[in-house]
Design a protein around this ligand. Structure first.
Ligand code: GDP
Ligand code: IMO
Ligand code: MG
Length: 433
């Protein structure tokens, strides 16, 4: 029997990434048969913690530690074979099981060594207007995809793959020579030749993996009534169209990206989980109206251990921005909210919440066109902190009143219920509401 009403759920970051997507996907995986990444690439760093272990995933979906679940890398993802192989090797999972449970779309795009060089070159020439890219080659790879010159993972099986690689590499080297000397740019401290050697070795591994028509696989799975969760990377405020452009990533990080990045129809989207931190962080450059430069910001960074999972860079910290969160939930059609890192606020006596902005003499509650406009100032309301540990609280009814008030404040503003509250990095640290 097929179930024509079956739909795939989507889980997405509502801020500037690092909301705790990896942890929550890992927690939700037992409910799903398939976990699928649909965009981004090794710029993502999704952290999972269980049994005293901490794992950071970059390209592999966060359901990989559950043996019964298929993990799918969709056509919208960009793959660097070298970082992908390193990630596979680092995981404490039987490799046969891992290879059986991991499917890769033959239409995903390959990040070439020269894409990574181009990322570095473009950042350098931007000077103080640089994006703060993770330098994983994301922008140049998506540029080539849309310029229709990219290499797809499925190409590695064809006899003219090396020729195509050389042509694209030459094209890139030409571009690089316009801006400087190739020798001035390194890839993870390696020369182009060194990285290229590793890259071709990793291509060999990739060619032994399950490269599939992922869009056919996922549509069949939905039709059969299997449970699918699409795992977003980055966050809505980094979306190429709706984020704080140009300080964004190069893919659609929003719910509709799951359709184009996996190949299922918009009518097949079920629940959309919008995940957000109880405060706000951003890594890299770009506007951040509620950013704190004082001891409170420092405290958020220390208590939240706010250092990038991919680059190790310190994350900028600030208060929650509700107009931005509401905008993100609108763009994504969020049906359920998930609030994370609530424990980081445990020792704060007061928590500030941005509920609107002041723009010159105007008060606005919508997302402005330019979040970086110097005249834009956040307006805060203050809620009382709970000043107690949240350890061992599993039911929302046992939570401190001040936390309940903070959650209600957000729910009333956004008009969407909060379903889960994360109170620590471990799988087990979760309040179900
Ligand atoms: P992702 O990119 O959205 O998967 O998030 P990251 O893994 O980059 O960053 C989230 C960080 O916060 C990781 O170090 C997680 O282990 C950690 N984390 C996740 N949820 C919580 C939480 O509820 N409380 C605390 N204190 N840490 C959390
Ligand atoms: P996850 O999935 C946080 C940021 C970079 C930079 C901008 C563009 O872990 O939430 P890119 O390398 O994509 O060209 O960088 O986007 N960025 C992230 N910030 N979390 C991420 O992923 C990010 N991926 C990219 O810091 O500002
Ligand atoms: Mg991250």
């Amino acid at each position: 029997m097929t179930d024509t009403n079956k739909k795939a759920d989507v889980l997405l970051g509502m801020q500037w990434g690092d909301e705790g997507k990896g942890k929550i996907v890992d927690v939700l995986t037992p409910k799903y048969d398939i976990i699928a990444r649909f965009q981004g690439g090794p710029n993502a760093g999704h952290t999972l913690e269980f049994d005293g272990k901490k794992i950071i995933l970059h390209t592999i979906p966060s359901g990989i530690f559950h043996e019964k679940t298929v993990n799918l890398i969709g056509n919208g993802v960009v793959i660097d074979p070298v970082t992908f192989q390193a990630e596979i090797q680092s995981l404490d999972i039987d490799k046969q099981v891992l290879f059986e449970n991991l499917l890769i779309s033959n239409k995903s795009h390959l990040i070439l060594p020269t894409h990574r060089l181009l990322d570095a070159v473009y950042e350098k020439i931007k000077g103080d207007k640089k994006i703060g890219s993770t330098l994983k080659g994301i922008g140049p790879t998506y540029t080539d995809k849309y310029a229709r010159v990219g290499l797809r993972t499925g190409n590695i099986k064809s006899s003219n793959f090396n020729k195509k690689y050389k042509e694209l590499k030459e094209f890139h080297l030409n571009q690089i020579s316009n801006f400087g000397n190739l020798k001035d740019f390194k890839i993870s401290e390696m020369s182009l030749e060194e990285y290229e050697e590793k890259w071709f070795n990793s291509i060999k591994m990739l060619s032994q993996m399950q490269l599939v028509d992922a869009e056919v696989f996922i549509n069949l799975a939905i039709k059969k009534g299997l449970n699918v969760l699409a795992e977003g990377a980055q966050g809505s405020l980094l979306d190429i169209d709706f984020g704080s452009y140009p300080y964004v990533t190069s893919s659609n990080t929003i719910a509709s990206g799951a359709c184009t990045g996996l190949g299922f129809a918009p009518s097949k989207i079920g629940d959309v989980y919008g995940i957000f931190k109880a405060y706000c962080t951003r890594v890299g450059e770009g506007p951040f109206p509620t950013e704190l430069f004082d001891d409170k910001g420092e405290k958020l960074k220390v208590e939240g251990n706010e250092f990038g999972s991919t680059t190790g860079r310190p994350r900028r910290c600030g208060w929650i921005d509700l107009p931005a969160l509401k905008y993100a939930t609108m763009i994504n059609g969020v049906t359920k909210l998930i609030m994370t890192k609530v424990d980081v606020l445990n020792s704060f006596d007061e928590i500030k919440v941005c509920t609107k902005y002041k723009y010159k003499d105007e008060t606005i509650t919508d997302m402005p066109f330019d979040l970086g406009d110097k005249n834009l100032k956040p307006v805060y309301e203050t809620v009382k902190g709970w000043q107690s540990s949240l350890d061992n609280i599993e039911n929302f009814s046992d939570a401190p009143e001040e936390l309940k008030n903070y959650v209600s404040f957000i729910e009333e503003y956004i008009q969407i219920p909060v379903k889960y509250i994360s109170t620590g990095p471990d799988r087990k640290q979760l309040i179900i509401k």
